[in-house]
Ligand binder design. Structure first.
Ligand SMILES: Cc1cc2nc3c(=O)[nH]c(=O)nc-3n(C[C@H](O)[C@H](O)[C@H](O)COP(=O)(O)OP(=O)(O)OC[C@H]3O[C@@H](n4cnc5c(N)ncnc54)[C@H](O)[C@@H]3O)c2cc1C
Length: 199
């Protein structure tokens, strides 16, 4: 049986929405998917966290206490990510996404200016495989749908960079994030902005 259109239903007694209003994503066994949710919602769905606001200091204190017991290096305020959780937690949907877009756009930035038949074939095969193994299953499903409707353009570096930018914009749109001007993709991911700050 395939994945239901709107994902797997929340198991009995488990929350449907996280405290930020986003739907909590479960897997086929009714477990919350770590790589498909924000860490805050994942913790809520696994009953590690209530809807109450966490504070940076409470996280830091817990981490310090835990590390003292375990005898490992302490997690301090300096090592907290902007969302207030320790930086060395396993990736949630946002961190995984940011890192993956960085990887993909950087692959485009180093793709041949004019690709051979073989290189084009390899890139298409990579995107196909990527769309099957991306660790957030519902993101992967969306990407598979996108490449089916919009065949990857991989003849040249610029063509590929723009195709990827459009693919990223499609996700931005779905998430209500700002549209990125694809004329700027090379400045963002290859050359820098020309103001000397990235050189
Ligand atoms: C293939 C894929 C599918 C995803 N699907 C989903 C999904 O269905 N649901 C979900 O919740 N999350 C999804 N994500 C994660 C989501 O896209 C974001 O990565 C995540 O929400 C973090 O967003 P962010 O605001 O930090 O910036 P990101 O969207 O991660 O962008 C990182 C940086 O890329 C630059 N950028 C932004 N847009 C573009 C663009 N169009 N072209 C070039 N550069 C750009 C900006 O400088 C930005 O700061 C997906 C990620 C990937 C890789």
């Amino acid at each position: 049986m395939g994945i239901p259109l709107h994902g797997y239903p929340a198991p009995e007694g488990k929350p449907v929405y996280g405290s930020d209003g986003r739907r909590i994503i479960y897997d086929e066994n009714g477990k919350p998917c770590r790589t498909c949710n924000t860490l805050k919602n994942f913790r809520m769905a696994t009953a590690k966290e209530t809807t109450g606001e966490k504070t940076q200091s409470s996280h830091a204190n817990k981490a310090l206490a835990a590390s003292a017991i375990a005898g490992v290096s302490a997690t301090t305020d300096k090592e907290l990510a902007p969302d207030g959780y320790p930086k060395d937690c396993p990736a949630d949907v946002e961190e995984l996404g940011r890192s993956t877009w960085t990887f993909l756009h950087t692959v485009a930035a180093t793709y041949p200016e004019s690709a051979t038949e073989q290189q084009q074939k390899e890139m298409k095969a990579f995107l196909e495989t990527f769309s099957k193994i991306y660790p957030c299953w519902f993101c992967a499903k969306g990407f598979r749908k996108y490449i089916k409707a919009n065949e990857p353009k991989v003849m040249t570096q610029d063509e590929f960079g723009r195709w990827l930018c459009d693919a990223h914009n499609a996700v931005n749109k779905k998430l209500g994030k700002p549209h990125f001007d694809c004329n700027l993709w090379k400045k963002r991911w290859k050359d820098g902005w020309g103001d000397g700050k990235c050189d």
